[in-house]
Design a binder for this molecule. Structure first.
Ligand SMILES: Cc1cc2nc3c(=O)[nH]c(=O)nc-3n(C[C@H](O)[C@H](O)[C@H](O)COP(=O)(O)OP(=O)(O)OC[C@H]3O[C@@H](n4cnc5c(N)ncnc54)[C@H](O)[C@@H]3O)c2cc1C
Length: 463
């Protein structure tokens, strides 16, 4: 149903003429990681919780669905919108309201980017304890809503573990406020967790209290060639036991992915140790750069034979470290080489990584002899990202067949078909097939209770 002029006038009166964009004015915005994010064609940019609440009250009264958006870096279509809906952009809620080095807590508005929070915390030698490649664009509100993970999750947990409190506007415009800044609060149901990972289906996160940790004085990077994930895990165990430095990242790249990245980024042969079945990017923090590099060099030398290391290099400059990280982080190269290729995000038991990758490589090849997946991810917590080397989108049946190969056994071993990206639109079918049926019933009941008019991001996660 088209949005009535009356509702648009009422919203304009709340946010001001310039903050309600329609049609052409929306088309000039960057749609982000999903070309359908802006399809609704109406984009509202409130600047405060009060304005978000007022807009939600109006949309609720008119029964008009609202799609919240932060940085639009989500990878499962959670921010996709369609005509008849209104996009609520949180990008103007950018205040860091409080950053207390004694409490080690930041209270930020939802539209603050991860990088902005990292930089503000760094001024106090602190960090939010979470990091991901989309840091410059992804917002804290979006990361809460997808329960983002990233490279430090093995050490610090995912977004859920970094949130002490939050404020959210409910579908009818009421404001849920639990902005507690303390770790321990056992005062009844901890309802803030309903909004974490809800992908905007239960309310709009407007403010968040985030835990901060001391940041290491300096960090060093190494790129290590190994025969398999088991070898990489031996190296990780070694550095986790270090008392003089802190392992901050352990990312793994299987050869097919590493080769694609090497080609796409024009790496000169021999510029980095790239010729191994798997590559491991290690990040290590210590008091000084010298100390961090020293621990990496000594540690790799000590474990070289035991871990059957093929090759390895500790970055000797920031530029070399950045080149190592580009290999892992510039994943848009996959999209460039294989537009709309199907991609997946699974959690696998740590001890089963090599067997899992061998099984899916064989299974996919059996299904289609041209398939050789790109596999990479967060080694230390078993979260693998997998993209298929084909042009997409593939047919529904083909997608289902690929999922059968990738997801087989994950439920039985209590692992996950969606590790850190969420369900959104794209993993809806997988959710229905693989999530526990009782969990699905409860989720639907919670959605019906909190959003009986179904105006909050309808069609996502639970339908
Ligand atoms: C290059 C790249 C690397 C990435 N790496 C990682 C990684 O390592 N780990 C990881 O976990 N993820 C990763 N991601 C994906 C990750 O989901 C997003 O980066 C981030 O969590 C979403 O933040 P956003 O502000 O862009 O949200 P959006 O994309 O705008 O929205 C995501 C979802 O949250 C909802 N939403 C957004 N803001 C709010 C709000 N304030 N209140 C309620 N709902 C809201 C939307 O409706 C949507 O469902 C990566 C993405 C990219 C592009």
């Amino acid at each position: 149903m088209p949005i009535s002029a009356e509702l648009l006038d009422e919203i304009r009166a709340v946010v001001g003429e310039a903050q309600l964009r329609c049609g052409e004015a929306v088309a000039t915005l960057d749609p982000g990681w999903n070309p359908d994010n802006l399809r609704a064609g109406i984009f509202v940019s409130p600047v405060s919780t009060a304005e978000v609440a007022a807009v939600m009250r109006l949309c609720h009264r008119h029964c008009v669905p609202v799609v919240p958006q932060g940085g639009r870096t989500g990878l499962v279509g959670g921010g996709v919108s369609q005509p008849g809906e209104i996009i609520l952009g949180l990008g103007r809620l950018t205040r860091i309201e409080r950053l207390d080095p004694v409490e080690r807590v930041a209270v930020v508005e939802a539209g603050v980017t991860l990088q902005a929070l990292q930089e503000a915390a760094a001024d106090h030698e602190l960090e939010p304890g979470i990091d991901l490649a989309a840091r410059g664009t992804a917002t804290i509100g979006g990361m809460v809503s997808t329960n983002a993970g990233g490279v430090m999750a093995f050490r610090n947990g995912v977004m859920r573990h970094r949130v002490l409190g939050l404020e959210a506007v409910l579908p009818d415009g009421r404001v849920f406020c639990d902005l507690t800044r303390v770790l321990k609060t056992s005062a009844g149901y901890d309802l803030k967790h309903l909004f974490i990972g809800a992908e905007g289906t239960l309310g709009i996160v407007t403010r968040v209290a985030v835990r901060l940790d001391p940041v290491a004085g300096a960090s060093a990077t190494a790129l290590v060639g190994v025969p398999d994930a088991a070898s990489a895990q031996r190296i990780v165990r070694h550095f986790l036991a270090s008392t003089s430095a802190r392992l901050t990242a352990a990312e793994i790249l299987w050869r097919n992915f590493a080769s694609l990245m090497q080609r796409a980024l024009n790496y000169a042969p021999g510029s980095l140790p790239l010729d191994a079945p798997c590559l491991l990017v290690l990040g290590l923090g210590a008091d000084s750069m010298e100390a961090a590099r020293g621990v990496l060099e000594d540690g790799l030398a000590a474990i070289w034979d035991e871990a059957a290391i093929v090759d390895g290099l500790v970055a000797s400059s920031d530029a070399q470290a950045a080149a190592m990280w580009r290999l892992r982080e510039e994943t848009e190269q996959i999209e460039r080489a294989h537009p709309m290729a199907p991609s997946f995000d699974v959690s696998v038991p740590g001890g089963a990584l090599d067997a899992y990758v061998a099984r899916i490589e064989a299974g996919l090849k059996q299904f289609d002899a041209s398939y050789a997946p790109y596999v990479y991810g967060h080694l230390a917590d078993g979260n693998l990202h997998i993209s298929i080397n084909c042009e997409g989108p593939v047919s529904h049946d083909r997608h289902a067949a690929i999922e059968d190969v990738l997801y087989e056994g994950l439920r039985k071993t209590d692992n996950s078909f969606s590790a850190e990206h969420g369900v959104g639109l794209e993993k809806r079918e997988a959710y229905e097939r693989h999530a526990d049926p009782v969990k699905q019933e409860l989720a639907k009941a919670i959605k019906a209770l909190m959003d009986p008019a179904n105006v909050m991001n309808p069609g996502k996660v639970v339908g």
